[in-house]
Design a protein around this ligand. Structure first.
Ligand SMILES: [Zn+2]
Length: 264
């Protein structure tokens, strides 16, 4: 197989890859995956991802702190992340965003917003794309993002799970939408599938969110970037388009968003 694919969102630094990590990362290139972009979870994950980037030519990262982990953030940790953005394999800022999916106190939500804004400002300052995590908070996130003067290609809404109207607003701001295996487990008339059918191809990038979100029909207990091929096939089927057309279009967007990956 010689298809060229980029997994724009992974978590290989996660402890669920403590067994078999090297083997999996080595094997990706044989499956056509030329690069993976790790996304930050907690503060400590930034350092773990950096070690993977140092070790593997095809591993890149986004620096930040996931909205579910911002409780631990302080100015000192923020400065470490700011410093890390000077590392040439830090392609983006994130995960950052809003997550209202679990029971959240007013104080937690307030903290998420504070750090979301700080990371948006960092992305603007460093001229890097944002990797946004958003769950059950799309309208609020859109309102915040609209307050800023963002770049023409401001980043990606990772694991997009909103409706068509929210997709349109995010695309209007310039965002790409990250599509992973989640839709493969849904009915075709589910809100997300309806949105994915009509979103312009030039706004889509693919991701797996490994080790999470194993696509329908893929065996195993943890997801890997190999399943990108399944995501492409099922996405093509959903849209009634050819997988080749989908691959080509999505690769173009990925190049626009992350030109560094194709510079060498
Ligand atoms: Zn993620």
């Amino acid at each position: 197989m010689s298809e060229v694919l980029v997994d724009t969102h992974t978590h290989y630094a996660h402890r669920r890859f403590d067994s078999g990590r090297d083997e999996i990362l080595h094997g990706l290139v044989d499956n056509g995956v030329i690069a993976v972009i790790e996304g930050a979870i907690d503060f400590a994950s930034n350092q773990k991802m950096k070690l993977l980037c140092d070790k593997y030519a095809h591993v890149f990262m986004a620096a930040g702190c996931h909205p579910n982990c911002v409780e631990e953030m302080d100015d000192e940790k923020y400065q470490v992340i700011v410093e890390l953005t000077n590392y040439d394999k830090v392609l983006a800022i994130g995960e950052t965003g809003l997550d209202y999916a679990r029971d959240k106190s007013g104080e937690q939500i307030c903290k998420q917003k504070v750090w979301f804004r700080k990371f948006i400002e960092l992305a603007v300052e460093k001229k890097k794309p944002l990797v946004i995590h958003c769950r059950k908070a799309y309208d609020e996130a859109i309102n915040i993002l609209q307050e800023y003067k963002l770049a023409e290609c401001p980043g990606v809404i990772h694991c997009f799970s909103g409706n068509l109207e929210q997709a349109r607003k995010l695309m209007d701001i310039g965002f790409c939408l990250g599509v992973n295996g989640m839709f493969t487990k849904m009915d075709e008339d589910a809100e997300l599938c309806v949105a994915l059918k009509s979103i312009p191809l030039e706004k889509i990038v693919f991701e797996t969110d490994s080790p999470y979100l194993i696509p329908d029909g893929v065996a195993g207990k943890r997801n890997t970037s190999k399943s990108l091929n399944v995501i492409v096939e099922k996405f093509a089927e959903l849209r009634g388009e050819s997988p080749e057309h989908i691959r080509e279009g999505v690769l173009k967007n990925t190049k626009r968003l992350y030109p560094e990956l194709f510079a060498g």
